[in-house]
Design a protein around this ligand. Sequence first.
Ligand SMILES: NC(=O)c1ccc[n+]([C@@H]2O[C@H](COP(=O)([O-])OP(=O)(O)OC[C@H]3O[C@@H](n4cnc5c(N)ncnc54)[C@H](O)[C@@H]3O)[C@@H](O)[C@H]2O)c1
Length: 450
Amino acid sequence: MDLNARFHNVAVVGAAGKMGSGISLLLARELTFRALEDPSGSYTLNLIDLNEAMLEGLLRYLQEHGAREAEKHMDRLRRVCGAEDAVQVFVREMMARIRTGTSLPLAQDARMVFEAAFENEALKIRIYRELAALCSSETYFFSNTSSIPLRVMSEASGLQGRLIGFHFYNPSAVQKLIELITPSDCREDLKALSLEIAETMGKIVVPSNDIAGFIGNGHLMRDGLHAIAEVERLAPEHGFHQSVFMVDRVSRDWLLRPMGIFQLMDYVGLDVFQLILNVMNKHLDEHLHSDLIDRLVARGLKGGETLDGAQRDGFFHYEKTRPIAVMNPDTGDYVSLERPWAQEALARLGEHPEPALNWKALKGDPERETKLRTYFAKFKAWPSLGADLALRHLRADRERALRLVEQGVAVRAEDVNRVLQMGFMHLYGPVLDYLFESERCASEAGISRS
Ligand SMILES: NC(=O)c1ccc[n+]([C@@H]2O[C@H](COP(=O)([O-])OP(=O)(O)OC[C@H]3O[C@@H](n4cnc5c(N)ncnc54)[C@H](O)[C@@H]3O)[C@@H](O)[C@H]2O)c1
C-alpha cells in the first residue's frame, strides 16, 4: 500500500495532548491536500483522546491553525482550489474529514496510527494490544515515545514489524526534527514510508537506534544528572541553592544555551524527567537515577507548564516563565534571586569571557561559527570557576555524545550534534572538535578518549 492509500484513513491516539495536537494538525493538513487533489477519494482523520474537553479544544485549535497552514502552502492550495476563498474552502474540507472520539475502536479502519499518549510503557502496550486486535494486519503504527524501546512494545503487543518510533520534538507542528527509531524487526517498507511522511511534513530525519532514551533523552537525562552531580560536588563549599544557581547560569550564559540546565529540567517537567530516567534505568545496564529529583517530585514540585503557558515550580520558582527564586531542598523554601547572595554567587564564577555574547544574539548571526571559535578559544586560558565549570560541562557533553555512538544509539557523532542543535536549539553540537582538537587527535590515534 503506498502512502496515498494509507492517507485515506489515519488515526492519532492521544490527539489532544501537547504533542498529539501538533501531530494532528500536520496530518490534517496533508490529508486535506490529498483529499482536494483526489475529489473522488474518501479521506478520514480520526482523533482519539480520553479527555473529551480537550478534544473540543483540539478542534478549535485545528480550525484556527488550519487556516494558517493553508496560507503557508498557498502555491499547493492554488493548484487544487481555484475558489477566491480557497483558505476557507481548505479549512471547511479539513474539518469535514475529522472525526473525534474517546475510544480506540474509532481507529479500526486506520491504515496509519500515530500514538502520542502518556509516556508510560504499560499504558502504551495496552493501547497497542487493543489496536492490534482492532486494526487490519496491514496497518502501520508510529509512536512518539521519548524513551521506551519500540521492540519491547511491538513484541508485547503482537505488532512485530509494524511499529516504528517517529519522535517529534516540541512543538511538534513547528520543530523540524524527527528522530526516527527503527527497531530491528521493522519492515523495510515502513522505514521507507516514514521517510516519505517526514518529507511531506517538511521534517528532517535523524536516525536513532532502538535503545532506551534514544539520542535526545539519552543525552538530556545524562546532562541533567551531570548538573546534579556538579551541584553535589560544589555544595559543601558554596551552599546548595547557590550551586544550583551557579551551574544553571554557567550552562546558560557560559555555554550559550537558550536556558540553563535546571530551568530546562523544570520546563521538561521533573516528573517526566524522573519517569524517563526510570524507563532508561529499567532497560539499560547503567544506574540512571537521582534521589534529589525523587525528593522534589515527592514534594509536588513537578515543573511543566500550566494551561496558560506559565512555568510551574521545580528547581526554580517562576513569574510566568522567568525564574525568580531557587529551591533550598533542606527547607523546601524558595530563595529569591534578588538577594545579595545571587550577586555573590555570580561573582564567584568570575568575569564572563565576553559578556555581550549570548544565545539570542548568536542564533541568527551569520558569523556565529567564527565567533564561537574565538569565544571558546578564550576558555582554556581563562582562570575562573565559571570557565572551569563550563569546560567540565562541555567535556562531559562530548564524552556522552561519543559514548552514544560507541553504544550504537547514534550512528555517528554528527547525528548527536544535529539532535542537540535542532531538537534543543543548541548553537553547536556536543562533539565540539574545535574546542577539544588535541584530545580528538589523541583519541583518533588510540591514545585516550577524552
Ligand atoms: N512534551 C514533550 O516535550 C515531548 C516531546 C517529544 C515526545 N514526547 C512524547 O509524546 C508523548 C505524549 O507526550 P505529551 O507531552 O504530549 O503528553 P500529554 O500529557 O500532553 O498528552 C498525552 C495525551 O494522551 C491522552 N491519553 C492518555 N491515555 C490515553 C488513551 N488510553 N487513549 C487515548 N488518549 C490517551 C491524554 O488524555 C493526553 O491528552 C509521550 O510519549 C512523550 O514522551 C513529548
